[in-house]
Design a protein around this ligand. Sequence first.
Ligand code: CAA
Length: 385
Amino acid sequence: MSFLLTKEQLMIQKMAREFARKDLAPKAAERDLNHEFPGDSLAKMGELGFMGMLVSEEYGGDNLGTIAYSLALTEIAAACASTAVVMSVHNSICCGSIEKYGSDQQKEEFLKPMATGEIIGAFALTEPEAGSDPQAMACTAEKDGDDYIINGTKRFITTGKNSGVTILLARTEPTGSKGISAFLITHGMDGFEVGRVEDKMGQCASDTTDLLFNNCRVPSSRMLGKEGEGFTIAMSGLDAGRIGIASLSLGIANAAMEESIKYGKQREQFGQKITDFQGLRWMIADMAMDIEAARLMVLNAADIKERGENCTQAASMAKCFASEMAQRVTGTAIQLHGGYGYIKEYPVERFYRDARITTIYEGTNQIQRVVISNEILKDKKKKKK
Ligand code: CAA
């Protein structure tokens, strides 16, 4: 695929790979085991420019484009998927939404420190009873003078505990997609606290938390975009976010494939390397084909986004295919390792667990298929009438 990439994009990919292998990979297993947030690595990533890749230069970013960003994120994910999901939500959804919808003051206050990794962004859409159907949210933002009073609970929030700013979606009207608004929330506000921190199957070094709002007073200057614009902000943020998750899935699969080749070339059975068996060789060929197909879809989606065109369909396709591919490839990697693949000493065990969430978060793959078919058929509004 390198024939489609510019010299600058290849250089960024190489830089991300070097950083990921040197800084992230050696610590990934222990951080996963200890559920330790990769704060120091994220700070270094901020210094290297990886936390403001999509932010304009005016606000301290490098404006490197979605393709370069996707390439970098893939490299980070190959070393540590937990770090990659934090990077993805921060860059794709949070920086992207604040750059697009934020006021000048909000960009000064939040986007600038986000671009350098000084603070990390979180995105709070999901609730206990509103996952795939976010319009069912119960969290409310009631106008009170020049403020809004927030009440409700958000669930499964990536970086909920360690964020410097959270984009919160809440209802300003009781019904309808235009009854949802977005707010910029920071820790320390009265009536806002972090609830339980989830004990997850994978990506354990990133924190996933409940956020609790109990009469939390937020000034209207903290509203992101206009009142009623929140659902659009969330949906367009998720378009970008899904390219991030697709890139992350690709990175996990790349790492699983690399480990499989390494293991297969040194493991001997029946007096020969296991990669000398045709069955094993075909497994490697299938992994490589699967990865290549996903890589092309991810780059296609990133290219469409970078050109400023509607990327909804391409992003959902890339997320759906790449995440399912990552499950197939990490599953094959375990199989190829035999019993060794099932123990924590070998990294494929972690890759398998890390890949599992990718078909679920940022919209389950069933929802991706809803989005894709809606985009193709373009008949949703007609049917509703
Ligand atoms: N961009 C901009 N606007 C969009 C949009 C998009 N991609 N998709 C929909 N909209 C707009 C529509 O045009 C419509 O506007 P109008 O009323 O003006 O026509 C409005 O939003 C409502 O659209 P729908 O009627 O299609 O909305 P819906 O309620 O039927 O839902 C859905 C559509 C695609 C199923 C959506 O609910 C969805 O994506 N669900 C999944 C939620 C999700 O991905 N959650 C992930 C949480 S975040 C996370 O996981 C991050 C993490 O931690 C890693």
